[in-house]
Ligand binder design. Structure first.
Ligand SMILES: Cc1ncc(COP(=O)(O)O)c(C=O)c1O
Length: 391
């Protein structure tokens, strides 16, 4: 029986043992043979927050599996959560439900652009950023993130200015940024907002990882920086932080008439495409999931420290600038000299599945992404196997 997600004595969230985890049929747990430790796709191994478990159980017990009715509940729940977590004053009436962030992003690109318009992204970045742009029949313009000499990742503001000057229709910002885990700071975001206003660019801010900002960093909603509301639309969801990806519910948030005009062009039957269980779980997570989320963040902070220590001790050839948010680690494996496919070495020789760096753009050649949203024991075993693969 899978565990109930209450923090243990240490205040950290427990994870079921491998045989129990392997009963899950989600992508993470069904794509690899049983001797492979799966640490690729962004799903977590912790049990669901109790508030989410309860609402889903009640829905199944009541055969309450029809269509979603997001309008009266999603906006108020998200507004309350955003106010409590980030002091962000969201107008519940300016929240539009979308089936998930991926669908929302592709639909927003379509709503903000005409076919053939240019759309800017910052690789290495979550792979669907590339496909959303294609799906909307728009044209990719890549402005890679920059890594400073001290290893820290930053938006390339000069590169963005040059790209914006050629008047793309939209920019899809990832904040916090998957895969590097950077939480962009208010000054960078304000600079983006100013440039977007100057050149007439709509900023679609994918903020799905915002609830996963770890101790030491602070999330700034794009719509709260000076000028952000006039040029930006935020995509928010409980799905990454509360592990609800299969349930299908997210939200587009605006704070100006100009951006509201863009969300008004989203498909008119969008609410019918949202998952009802996703909506129930999202509202429960935003309303009653705060304590669990705090335990999750403490747990991920501990795993982040653990992974740093393990890499230094057992895999010194692999370099990592610890993430400021998310449970994703962007690992520089170029020193192991396995070209652009270190994930293959780790999979075939170590039986550990990681996300290939090249999925995140050409800049990811020689890198892999590891998911540390798991137990201390599984993380320890994964790094042991990776180290053994190199021997
Ligand atoms: C930055 C980012 N955006 C969007 C998604 C996908 O969100 P959804 O499942 O709501 O489409 C992910 C999933 O990992 C992500 O990392």
């Amino acid at each position: 029986m899978a565990g109930r997600a209450v923090a243990d004595r240490t205040g950290l969230l427990p994870v079921d043992d491998l045989p129990v985890l392997r009963q899950r049929r989600s992508a993470k747990w069904s794509r690899y043979p049983d001797d492979v430790l799966p640490l690729p796709v962004a799903e977590m191994d912790f049990a669901l927050a109790p508030a989410v478990q309860d609402v889903l159980r009640r829905a199944v017990d009541a055969s309450d599996t029809g269509y979603a009715h997001p309008e009266p509940v999603l906006g108020p729940a998200l507004a309350r959560f955003a106010g409590e977590r980030w002091g962000w004053d969201v107008d519940p009436g300016a929240v539009t439900g979308v089936p998930d962030v991926g669908v929302g992003a592709a639909d927003l690109i379509r709503a903000a652009c005409r076919p053939g318009d240019a759309v800017v992204i910052d690789p290495p970045v979550y792979p669907p950023f590339f496909t959303w742009v294609e799906e909307a029949r728009t044209r990719l313009v890549e402005v890679p993130l920059r890594q400073r000499a001290d290893g820290a990742w930053r938006l390339d503001l000069e590169g963005l200015r040059a790209a914006f000057a050629s008047r793309p229709a939209a920019y899809v910002l990832c904040n916090p940024h998957n895969p590097v885990g950077r939480v962009h700071d208010p000054a960078e975001l304000a600079a983006v907002a100013a440039m977007a206003a100057e050149y007439g660019v709509t900023v679609i801010a994918d903020e799905i990882h915002a609830p996963l900002v770890l101790p030491g960093a602070e999330f700034t909603p794009f719509l709260t920086v000076p000028g952000g509301a006039d040029v930006g639309i935020s995509l928010m969801s409980a799905s990454k932080a509360f592990n609800l990806a299969g349930l299908k519910c997210a939200a587009a948030v605006t704070a100006s008439p100009a951006m509201r005009a863009v969300t008004d062009r989203l498909p008119s039957d969008g609410a019918w495409r949202i998952g009802h269980l996703g909506l129930l779980a999202t509202v429960a997570a935003f309303t009653d999931g705060g304590d669990w989320l705090d335990s999750l963040l403490a747990t991920l902070d501990a795993r982040r420290r653990q992974l740093s220590g393990l890499l230094a001790e057992r895999l010194p050839q692999v370099h990592w600038v610890p993430s400021e948010a998310t449970y994703l680690a962007w690992l520089d494996c170029r020193a192991i000299g396995d070209g652009d496919t270190p994930h293959e070495l780790f999979l075939h020789e170590g039986r550990v599945a990681l996300e290939p760096g090249t999925h995140f753009g050409a800049e990811g050649s020689g890198w892999v992404r590891l998911n540390y949203g798991t137990s201390e024991a599984i993380l320890d075993e994964a790094v042991n196997r990776m180290a053994a693969a190199l021997r």
